[in-house]
Each structure stands twice: as structure tokens, then as C-alpha cells.
Design a protein around this ligand. Structure first.
Ligand code: ADP
Length: 394
């Protein structure tokens, strides 16, 4: 006899294998003994405590939580289904099986709906071991699933933290590197000016390399800083993409003239974003469409947007040199380029910035291209409640 209930001994006729500690909510000692016997016969090395009311049940849960609860439906002073409430209020995931003399189908279904794992009639106890095995299996699977979900949530958390750390690092590094680099650049420049032709030919060459390297590094650091600033700057508002495009076309005017590019821009919608960042996206995409053009014919660039169920889908299509499918993802990575700087100028930061901006607002960006026959950059921007009803703005 335990402090809270009656402990049942083991019949010693068979050779049980599976250790099981069960808590029985039962007023009839004979029925309890039959339950234990049925389990023992089926291979359970079972230890059981028996309780009849809520205080004893709660005490047992706290002092010696069982693997399974087997509850009679009707007790003189309590109801078996009440045990479920106690299990919940104690925050315990322990399967509870009703073991009852009589339980109509409707009641049984209702009990399972309320959270009982299963039910077994007392005159069908042979079924109980299998029901218990299944309940324990399901509980094990539940706890594995919970574990996986917790691991995943922890990893997402760690990833977000490490991303934020990296961003902070990139920002601080690029920001703080600017000052010493400015000195290196200024003094190599000064060396070049003062001593050009006064030392030997090699010295001129070396000073030239050093000052070129410093200038290049300045540009790279500024790019990195611009990239790391995307997550920090910018307040969202409704942005009319038509107005943004007009500004972008003005900014790119000399490149457009020089390349004899035709930019065909349909009416565009308003999106919820930061205006400067949206301009940056369009400028990078159209700038690239001009830069990566074929020798002939001149660039033809079209900008379109269409409404999907949850997004605006934007398309910037060109007739340029195209992108091999195997490079379609790489080009969005910082400093990734497909060509030498002597072929096409640039640092490989433009598309990485576009991706960061678009993803910041919950969109996606990708490219579709058959190598050699132009590219279509597509990106989505989620519909925003304030813009959803608005269509495309002519
Ligand atoms: P950058 O233009 O400075 O090289 P981006 O990040 O803007 O950097 O682009 C990365 C690379 O993607 C480019 O170097 C180029 O190889 C490729 N690319 C981008 N846009 C186009 C385009 N419209 N057509 C063909 N290739 C492109």
C-alpha cells in the first residue's frame, strides 16, 4: 500500500518483459487485479497504484508519475474523465485509457473527442495490452516530434541570431575599415603624385598597383557597407513604382542614350516598401540589363507587373547575353560575378542587394534565362492591405 493508493503485487506465473508503471483510477479491487493480470499475461512487468479520487490521483501524479492511466468511467466519488482535466492542469502528456464495465459507443466517441486515448470494456480486457502498446508508441512519436520541433525552433533562433551578428560584424568592419583605408589611399596617391618619375620604373609601377588596390578596396568596402545597411535603413510606406521608375530612368539616362537602349515600362502598381530601396532594385536590374547587352542589336528592356493571389509579380526582361542556368542562383550571392572586370565593370553586389531588399519585404527574386538569349529577372512583392484593392497605376 503506497501513501496515495493501493499498490498491486505481480502474479508470478509468466515471464514478463516490458516494464510498465500504471496508475489505475478504480474503486473495485477485483477489477484492478484483473487488469494487472491481463497485462502481466501479455508480457508487461507491471506495477500499479490504485486511486479512487482526485486528491489521491493528483498526489500520485506529483510523487510518482505513471506511464499510463487506466480509469474506470464511473466511480462512487469521482468520474474517470475528470482525470484528464487533472493531467492537463498538471501539464502531463500521459495517455489515459478508459477501462469500463459498460460504455455506449456515443459516450466512448465523446470521451475520445475530449482527449481519452482509447477505451476498453472490462469484459474485453484481452484487448488492453495492445491498446496500451499503441498508446505508448503514439506518445513516444509525439515526444519525438516535439523534440524535432523544439530543435528546429532553436536552430531558427540561432540562425537569426547569427545572421544578426554577421550583419552587425559586416557593418562595423566595413564602417571602421573605411578610415584607415582612406589614409592608405590618400598617401599612396600622394606618393604617386610626388615621386612619379623620380624613383625607378619599378617603383612607379608598384606605387600604381598599391594605389589602384586601395581604391578598389574602398569601393568594395562601400559596397559591403551598402549591403549591410539594407537591413537597417528604410521605413515602409506605399511606394508608387511608376514614379520610382521615372527617377531610375533619369538616373540611367546617359547609359540608355549611349547604348541606344529601349526601355518599355508598362503601368506598375504601388507596393509597401522603402522608396529608395525599391529604386535601388529597379536601378540595379535595368542597369544590368544595359550593361550585359549583346554587341548587336541594342538593348530592349521591358518592365511588367501582374497581380497574383498574394503578390505582385514583377518582370524585367532583356535581350542581353543571358545567364547559364547553373549560375542562376550564384549571381545573387555577394561579390559573385560571371565575368572578369575587364569584360564588364562591377563588383557583384547589385543583385545581392536586390535579393536582400526583396526578401526583407517578404518577396522572392530569381532569374530565368536560356544562355545567350536574354534574361528575365522576376521578383514578387506581397500585396499589402493598403494596396490590395488598388490595381496597377497608370
Ligand atoms: P555586377 O553587375 O556588379 O557584376 P550583380 O550582382 O549586379 O553584380 O550581378 C552579378 C552577375 O550576374 C553579373 O556579374 C553578371 O554576370 C550576371 N548578370 C546580372 N544581370 C545580368 C543580366 N541582365 N544579363 C546577364 N547577366 C547578368
Amino acid at each position: 500500500m503506497s501513501s496515495a493508493g493501493t499498490q498491486l503485487g505481480k502474479p508470478d506465473s509468466a515471464k514478463p518483459q516490458h516494464k510498465l508503471y500504471a496508475l489505475l483510477v478504480e474503486d473495485n479491487a477485483l477489477d484492478a487485479a484483473l487488469v494487472v493480470r491481463a497485462l502481466f499475461k501479455d508480457g508487461f512487468d507491471v506495477t500499479a497504484d490504485v486511486v479512487q479520487d482526485e486528491p489521491a490521483f493528483t498526489r500520485m501524479l506529483r510523487t510518482h508519475p505513471p506511464e499510463i492511466v487506466l480509469a474506470d468511467y464511473n466511480l462512487p466519488n469521482w468520474r474517470g474523465m475528470e482525470a484528464l482535466k487533472v493531467l492537463r492542469s498538471e501539464g502531463l502528456d500521459i495517455p489515459m485509457i478508459l477501462v469500463s464495465g459498460a460504455l455506449g459507443d456515443v459516450t466512448a466517441v465523446e470521451c475520445i473527442r475530449q482527449g481519452a486515448t482509447d477505451y476498453v470494456l472490462k469484459d474485453g480486457l484481452a484487448r488492453l495490452p495492445e491498446v496500451i502498446r499503441r498508446a505508448l508508441r503514439e506518445k513516444h512519436e509525439r515526444s519525438l516530434r516535439r523534440q524535432v520541433e523544439e530543435d528546429l525552433a532553436r536552430k531558427v533562433d540561432e540562425l537569426a541570431r547569427s545572421n544578426a551578428d554577421l550583419e552587425q560584424f559586416a557593418y562595423v568592419a566595413s564602417h571602421d575599415l573605411q578610415e584607415p583605408l582612406r589614409m592608405v589611399a590618400a598617401y599612396t596617391q600622394l606618393l604617386a603624385e610626388r615621386y612619379k618619375g623620380k624613383l625607378d620604373e619599378n617603383a612607379d609601377k608598384f606605387i600604381g598597383y598599391a594605389s589602384e588596390g586601395a581604391l578598389r578596396m574602398q569601393v568594395l568596402i562601400q559596397d559591403l557597407l551598402a549591403f549591410s545597411r539594407v537591413g537597417r535603413n528604410g521605413a515602409s510606406a506605399s511606394v508608387d513604382c511608376n514614379a520610382v521608375m521615372q527617377e531610375v530612368l533619369q538616373t540611367l539616362d546617359s547609359a540608355i542614350q549611349e547604348s541606344r537602349a529601349v526601355v518599355d515600362c508598362a503601368a506598375l502598381p504601388a507596393v509597401w516598401a522603402d522608396r529608395t530601396q525599391m529604386a535601388q532594385v529597379f536601378q540595379n536590374l535595368i542597369g544590368n540589363a544595359i550593361k550585359f547587352r549583346q554587341l548587336e542589336p541594342p538593348p530592349v528592356i521591358s518592365v511588367r507587373a501582374e497581380k497574383e493571389e498574394r503578390n505582385w509579380l514583377f518582370r524585367v526582361t532583356d535581350n542581353g547575353i543571358g545567364i547559364a542556368p547553373e549560375s542562376a542562383e550564384n549571381i545573387f550571392v555577394v561579390f559573385q560575378r560571371l565575368h572578369a572586370r575587364t569584360e564588364y565593370p562591377g563588383n557583384g553586389i547589385g543583385l545581392a542587394i536586390c535579393k536582400k531588399i526583396i526578401e526583407r519585404y517578404g518577396g522572392k527574386i530569381w532569374v530565368e534565362s536560356a544562355d545567350g538569349s536574354g534574361s528575365t529577372f522576376k521578383f514578387t512583392m506581397p500585396l499589402h492591405s493598403s494596396n490590395e484593392k488598388e490595381g496597377i497605376q497608370p
